[in-house]
Design a protein around this ligand. Structure first.
Ligand SMILES: *[C@@H]1O[C@H](CO)[C@@H](O)[C@H](O)[C@H]1NC(C)=O
Ligand SMILES: *[C@@H]1O[C@H](CO)[C@@H](O)[C@H](O)[C@H]1NC(C)=O
Ligand SMILES: *[C@@H]1O[C@H](CO)[C@@H](O)[C@H](O)[C@H]1NC(C)=O
Length: 339
């Protein structure tokens, strides 16, 4: 009798148990697949997944350079040791020491925010200014990375849906500076100057010391007034441009004969910085239209086309080839489809 009752109950329980199992399976399925995110979200598990793949930096096969996580020039370098630079700008500081001393004496800070520096694993995204990011709706995903790198004058206001609204670092040179950095940055964004030429350092010194501005020597007039807080200004160590050219792109550093001399774009430079500083490197908004396509816009903003790049001193073909190699090696991941 008791046995029979127990048996009946058992049979009645079976559907309930099955229901519970299928419910858990379903929720798990929804959590892992059902969201609209088509790419991995930057979480701790992403870090583990990427770290598990082996040593990212080592897989890049750079000979004779180790990972460098100090991105910015600091005053101590000038006081305590001879800076062993044999190259002039943009690849070294030879001849620019006194300008740099003055700048670094005022900006004083050369650090990344400690909340990021102290992370065990740093997830980063580099947002290029390319047309490919238009209508991507990547904004919310971009905001989740520990570090969001932005380039030059890539705007944020009005484009948040596609490019997000978080900017940890903005990499720029005087010709691409915003007169008012707070328009398209956050209050705590670090503004990282890439000195390509001495005039770039002079521009910054004149602003910091409120001296008479010298307008000569720029390919486009930089802002004469620049409302940046000195504590948020950083100067990128030319080490990074040097090694982007010599190790990553493997292009000549000095003019040989009549050959045109190329310099890396801010985009590929920032990817190299991120490979040094970060543990996870994702990118979006990279790539240029085909040179033949003169009508296709280059950027997600404005209306410039490849015509504007005609006389540029960049080897875009070489850069595209290197980005493809980095992607194939698993060192970087694009957040959107690309050619
Ligand atoms: C590094 O070398 C390995 C083995 O030769 C190769 O499979 C890999 O693609 C290289 N990585 C890069 C980034 O070129
Ligand atoms: C982006 O979306 C807008 C509005 O839906 C549309 O008019 C435009 O053509 C789209 N642009 C691209 C590049 O897909
Ligand atoms: C970004 O936008 C979100 C949603 O509009 C807002 O809550 C957040 O404060 C913004 N963050 C920054 C850094 O501007």
């Amino acid at each position: 009798m008791y046995l029979k009752v127990a048996k009946t109950w058992c049979i009645r329980l079976v559907p309930l148990v099955l229901l519970l199992i299928s419910y858990y399976c379903f929720t798990f399925y929804v959590q892992s697949n059902g969201s609209t995110i088509k790419f991995p979200a930057p979480t701790k598990s992403l870090c583990e997944e990427w770290m598990g793949q082996g040593k990212k930096w080592e897989s890049l096969n750079f000979t004779s350079i180790t990972r460098k996580t100090d991105l910015f020039l600091k005053l101590e370098d000038f006081f305590w040791q001879q800076h062993l630079s044999t190259l002039a700008l943009p690849y070294g500081i030879k001849g620019s020491e006194s300008l740099l001393l003055k700048i670094l004496a005022v900006t004083a800070n050369y650090k990344m925010p400690s909340t990021i520096d102290n992370l065990e694993c740093r997830t980063c995204v580099v947002i290029g200014n390319g047309f490919a990011i238009k209508n991507s709706s990547l904004g919310a995903a971009i905001n989740k990375y520990d570090v969001v790198f932005r380039l030059n004058d890539g705007p944020v206001r009005g484009y948040e849906q596609d490019v997000g609204n978080k900017t940890t670092l903005r990499i720029f040179y005087p010709e691409s500076a915003f007169y008012n950095p707070s328009l398209h940055n956050n209050p705590d964004t670090l503004l990282v100057l890439v000195p390509f030429k001495q005039q770039d350092l002079r521009w910054l010194k004149e602003i910091l010391y409120n001296e008479k501005r010298v307008r000569k020597g720029f390919w486009k007039p930089p802002p004469q007034i620049w409302l940046a807080k000195p504590s948020q200004i950083r100067v990128l160590d030319p080490y990074f441009l040097h090694h982007t050219a010599s190790k990553l792109l493997q292009i000549p550093l000095q003019q040989k004969g009549r050959e045109k001399l190329f310099h890396p774009t801010t985009g590929i430079l920032t990817v190299f910085m991120a490979l040094n500083y970060c543990d996870v490197v994702h990118i979006a908004g990279f790539g240029y239209p085909k040179v033949k396509d003169q009508k296709q816009p280059i950027h997600y903003f404005g209306s410039s086309t490849m015509t504007a790049m005609k006389d540029s001193y960049h080897d875009l073909g070489r850069e595209a080839q290197i980005l493809r190699k980095l992607e194939e090696a698993g060192a970087i991941l694009y957040l959107h489809a690309h050619s």
